[in-house]
Ligand binder design. Structure first.
Ligand code: PAF
Length: 520
């Protein structure tokens, strides 16, 4: 593992090693804890090179805040990063990072800064920490520009920060995927935070009340309550009996826009900030009113598409047929007579086209496909479309646009989707993630049988095994949408199992894992 304290060193390292590989960045202020470790584990799984930045950013601390006392423990942090297989740490000094443009004390810098929308920074913590999110937005923009990662990882515990960073990246067209990771908690329910170190034993014993209060509100929500006042009152009354806590705010906002909500429509973010002595802690919970999403990923030949259709039918969910979406766009490209190598024209068409999937009856798996209002359910099954669909799907802009459209479907939930990165990229917050695999031998045997059934030319089992092995390597190393198992996916090896058996297992996992989620 390398340690860089200068931007020149880090730049040079990245220039040397990044070519053709995915880089993941975890921006931190150090004092690493289990929450950071979960981000690192996730990043390690999804990228070839993983960089952790450790920088206590003076710009995001107010004059009366804990900048001077913020825990700094580079030695221990280095050990942890090493254990987790991190490739490099970037730990600059403030002067190295900002030059001499920072004031020695107080406000007013001579530095270019990033100003997120006031509607997002003037609520929640922004009311109590003026300038904080501007400081966060500036440091994160600088880090993203410097490292140029494919993915950057942030914890859901800092929900306002996460929403602002997502918005920043969208507004400024930054080519990075922001990955939000679930809050990690101590056994008591207290969310891990570097600031927990400041708590006395007694305060630490009392602090889990924050999560208990949020859970209480979630229980009320799950029982059907949607009203802001009632949900906030539930939290308040739970906190009222707690000792040593001074509540700063309890708020209900939209998780993406942070606009205060009177009622939860599809989802709401319930947030608390409170002090225990002089230590300020925050916590939140997402109240979501959507049907679950099932993401099924896995290598070619593991039986994904048949299983996905059957799972959708058994659970009465919609099969989000992403393959049909790529076919619909291919049909549109062919119709418009755009040359297949004219990527810019294909990209334009992709972002102007609206693809719509519908089932007249949810339990019916026959999905009708419409593009720009035209029913192309039959038209997308022609040989011409089949021949060209993989070339169209390989255009990065096409994928980006169709993933956006798939995610719009995801807002309502109630879908089963299959692919190679559904659980990691398209629906990273899917309620159930399955990674369907089978040994190379089993997949070769199945393919052999298929070819035989279709009376196609015989290919030896050995040749099929070699082909499958090569395809696996290609699929998991390709730059666009590589095959990737989500850290929280359940692996299901289908060797020796029939399609109905695999379907049954997934349906039963769904009932075990997802039963707490309310029906939409
Ligand atoms: O969440 C944090 O630790 C910080 O706000 C961040 C994102 C590293 C920016 O300094």
């Amino acid at each position: 593992m390398r340690l860089f304290t200068t931007t020149a060193g880090l730049r040079c390292y990245l220039e040397r090693y990044r070519s053709g590989t995915d880089v993941g960045l975890i921006p931190t202020m150090g004092a690493l804890h289990a929450g950071h470790l979960s981000l690192m584990e996730r990043a390690r799984q999804e990228n070839t090179i993983v960089i952790v930045s450790i920088f206590v950013n003076p710009l995001q601390f107010g004059p009366t805040e804990d900048f001077q006392h913020y825990p700094r423990q580079l030695e221990e942090d280095q050990q942890l990063c090493k254990q987790l297989g991190i490739d490099a740490i970037f730990a600059p000094t403030a002067v190295e990072f900002y030059g001499n443009h920072l004031p020695k004390s107080g406000s007013g810098t001579n530095l270019s800064q990033v100003i997120p929308p006031a509607a997002m920074t003037s609520v929640l913590c922004g009311r109590f920490r003026p300038g904080h999110f501007q400081g966060v937005a500036t440091v994160v923009t600088k880090l993203l520009n410097l490292v140029q990662p494919q993915r950057a990882y942030f914890g859901q515990k800092d929900a306002q920060q996460l929403a602002i960073i997502r918005r920043l990246v969208a507004d400024l067209n930054m080519p990075v995927t922001i990955v939000g990771c679930p809050t990690v908690r101590e056994e008591s329910g207290l969310a891990y935070s570097s600031r927990n170190q400041y708590l006395t034993q007694t305060q630490k014993a009392h602090a889990p009340v924050m999560f208990r209060a949020l859970q209480q509100a979630q229980a009320v929500f799950l029982a059907g309550e949607r009203d802001r006042i009632t949900l906030i009152e539930t939290v308040k009354s739970e906190l009222a009996v707690a000792k040593g806590i001074q509540v700063e705010y309890i708020e209900l906002v939209h998780p993406t826009t942070l606009i205060p909500l009177e009622q939860v429509e599809d989802s709401g973010l319930l947030v608390i900030a409170a002090r225990f002595g002089s230590t300020r802690l925050i916590d939140n919970i997402v109240l979501r009113y959507r049907k679950p999403i099932v993401a099924i990923d896995g290598p070619a030949g593991a039986g994904k598409s048949t299983v996905t259709r059957q799972v959708a039918q058994k659970l009465g969910l919609m099969h989000l047929d992403t393959g049909a979406m790529y076919r619909a766009l291919t049909w549109r490209v062919l119709e418009a007579r755009i040359a297949l190598d004219d990527e810019p024209a294909i990209a334009e068409l992709a972002s102007q086209s609206q693809i719509y999937l519908t089932t007249d009856n949810v339990a019916d798996t026959a999905v009708r496909v419409l593009i720009d209002g035209e029913d192309v359910t039959q038209a997308i099954r022609t040989q011409e479309v089949t021949k060209n669909v993989s070339a169209i799907a390989a255009v990065p802009a096409v994928r980006c646009e169709l993933v956006k459209q798939q995610q719009r479907w995801g807002c309502k939930g109630g879908i089963v989707a299959e692919g190679r990165d559904i659980g990691t990229h398209v629906f990273p917050d899917a309620e159930l993630k399955i990674f369907l695999t089978a040994s190379v031998q089993e997949r070769a045997r199945r393919r052999h049988q298929d070819l035989k059934d279709q009376k196609q030319e015989e290919v030896s089992l050995e040749q099929l095994e070699r082909d499958i092995q090569q395809r696996d390597i290609r699929d998991s190393t390709r730059a666009l949408a590589p095959l990737c198992k989500a850290a929280d996916a359940i692996e299901l090896n289908t060797d020796g199992l029939t399609i109905p058996e695999v379907t049954e297992r997934i349906v039963s996992l769904y009932h075990q894992k997802v039963s707490a989620v309310p029906a939409g």
